[in-house]
Design a protein around this ligand. Structure first.
Ligand SMILES: *Cc1c(COP(=O)(O)O)cnc(C)c1O
Length: 396
C-alpha cells in the first residue's frame, strides 16, 4: 500500500459514501471491461460471493460439485454450506484438476464443476467446456430449476482466486468459465483488503443484468432497494423478498480496488512476471529443483505463487527446509494441505490415499516469497540460502 491508495481511501471516506456506492459500481464496470465480460458484481470475499451464487443457482442437498483435491479449504467449504456433496478429483503434475480422471467423477447429480487456477495457472477451460457439452455427459444432466435447465448442462465455475490477469491470447481470466470467482483478499495479486467478485460469461440466453440485480438483492438481506437507490428523493419504500445475506463490498474497499486495478496490467503483473522469471533463471540449473509451469498450453499464469518442488524430498525433509529458512528469517510456505488431510474433510470421509497426485504435489512443495516489493538481490540471497539448506538435508 502506498500514498495513491491512502489518498483514494481518504477521498472515499470524505465523500460521504463509505458503504456500497458509486466507487463499487465503478470498480465493477472497470473489472468487467478489463476481463472482457458483460457484467460483474463485487462482494466482500470470494467465499461469500461463491456461496451466494451457488444458492442463487439452486445448489442444495442431493447435488454434487466436483473440485480438485488440491486447493484451499474455501473451495470445498462453500459447497458444504449449501448442503451439497463435495466430490474430489485428483490433480496433475501442475497441481491442476486432472481432466483424465474427471469423467469418472461425473454423475446425474453433478451440478457444477469448479476447477482451481492454482498459483494463477488456468486449467484448460476450452477442454472443460467441450467436455460438459459432450452429448453423453449432457444427457446425464438433470436441471433442478428453470436456470439449470436453461443451461442444460453442468456449469463450469472457476475458482480464480489466484488468477486475475491470467490470459489466453487476448482473452482474460474471468471470461473462460460460465461464472468466475475472484478473491481480493490481502495476500492475493489484486487486493481490496478483503473482497471478491463474480464475473458472468453465461450463454446469450441468460440476462446478466437480471442476474446482477437478483444477486445484489440477495447480498443485502433480500431488500429490494440498496442504500444507494434509497437516497433518491422520495424513494424510501422497500420490501424484503427473502431472508438474504449480508456480503456487499464497501466503497472504501472499492477505492483500493480502483487504484490497484488501474496499475495492475501495467505495473503489478509485469513486476510479478519479472520476479518469477528471475527465480527461474536462478534455479534452472539446480538438479534438485522442479520448476513451476508458467504456461498451461495456451494459458499463461498470473504469477500469483512461485510453487517450487524439491526433487526427491519427502514431507519431513521439506518441513525441515522450511524451518531452516525460517531461522534465516526467510518466510516460505506450503500451498496447500490437500483437503483430505484436513480434520474436517477426513471426518467427511475423504482419504488422501485416494489422491496420490495431490499428496505428491504437496509433499515436496515449497512456495517462495513473491510480492511486489521483493528485490532481485533478496531473491539471489534466498536461492543461495535455499541451495545450501537443500544440500545439507540431502546429505543427512
Ligand atoms: C484465497 C482463496 C479463496 C478464498 O478467498 P476469500 O476472498 O478469502 O474468501 C478461495 N480459493 C482459493 C484457491 C484461495 O486461495
Amino acid at each position: 500500500m502506498d500514498k495513491t491508495v491512502t489518498d483514494a481511501v481518504t477521498e472515499a471516506l470524505m465523500s460521504g459514501w463509505i458503504t456500497t456506492g458509486p466507487r463499487t459500481k465503478e470498480f465493477e464496470r472497470q473489472l468487467s471491461e478489463y476481463c472482457g465480460v458483460k457484467k460483474s458484481i463485487c462482494l466482500n470475499s470470494w467465499t461469500n460471493a461463491t456461496e451466494l451464487f451457488f444458492r442463487y443457482w439452486g445448489l442444495g442437498p442431493g447435488d454434487e460439485v466436483i473440485l480438485p483435491a488440491y486447493t484451499y479449504s474455501a473451495t470445498a467449504n462453500v459447497v458444504v454450506h449449501c448442503g451439497a456433496q463435495v466430490v474430489l478429483v485428483d490433480v496433475d503434475v501442475n497441481g491442476l484438476m486432472d481432466f483424465s480422471k474427471l469423467k469418472a467423477a461425473i454423475t446425474s447429480k453433478t451440478k457444477i464443476i469448479m476447477p482451481v487456477d492454482l498459483g494463477g495457472l488456468p486449467v484448460n477451460y476450452d477442454e472443460l467446456i467441450r467436455l460438459v457439452n459432450e452429448p453423453g455427459i449432457k444427457a446425464l444432466f438433470k436441471g433442478n430449476n428453470e436456470m439449470q435447465s436453461k443451461l442444460g448442462r453442468i456449469m463450469v465455475f472457476a475458482d480464480a482466486a489466484h488468477s486475475i490477469g491470467a490470459k489466453k491470447g487476448n482473452a482474460m481470466s474471468g471470461a473462460f468459465a460460465d461464472v468466475t470467482g475472484f478473491s481480493f483478499h490481502a495476500v492475493k495479486n489484486l487486493t481490496t483488503g478483503e473482497g471478491g467478485a463474480l464475473l458472468f460469461n453465461l450463454p446469450e440466453a441468460f440476462d446478466v443484468e437480471e442476474i446482477y440485480k437478483a444477486l445484489n438483492i440477495k447480498s443485502l438481506h433480500g431488500q429490494t432497494k440498496d442504500a444507494f437507490s434509497k437516497t433518491q428523493p422520495g424513494a424510501w419504500q422497500y420490501d424484503i423478498v427473502e431472508a438474504g445475506f449480508k456480503c456487499n463490498m464497501t466503497d472504501i474497499q472499492a477505492a483500493i480496488g480502483l487504484v490497484e486495478l488501474a496499475r495492475y496490467e501495467s505495473e503489478t503483473l509485469p513486476k510479478r512476471k519479472a520476479l518469477a522469471e528471475n527465480y527461474l533463471k536462478l534455479l534452472k540449473d539446480k538438479s534438485w529443483a522442479i520448476l513451476p509451469a508458467f504456461m498451461n498450453g495456451d494459458y499463461e499464469t498470473s504469477y500469483h505463487l512461485f510453487m517450487l518442488k524439491l526433487k526427491g524430498f519427502n514431507e519431513a525433509m521439506r518441513n525441515e527446509v522450511i524451518s531452516e529458512m525460517g531461522a534465516l528469517k526467510i518466510a516460505t510456505n506450503v500451498h496447500f494441505r490437500p483437503l483430505p488431510m484436513l480434520s474436517f474433510y477426513e471426518a467427511y470421509g475423504l482419504r488422501i490415499a485416494d489422491y496420490p497426485g495431490a499428496y505428491n504435489y504437496y509433499a515436496n512443495e515449497i512456495s517462495l516469497p513473491l510480492f511486489y516489493d521483493l528485490t532481485f538481490e533478496q531473491q539471489e540471497f534466498l536461492v543461495k540460502s535455499l541451495t545450501e539448506i537443500v544440500k545439507k538435508i540431502q546429505k543427512s
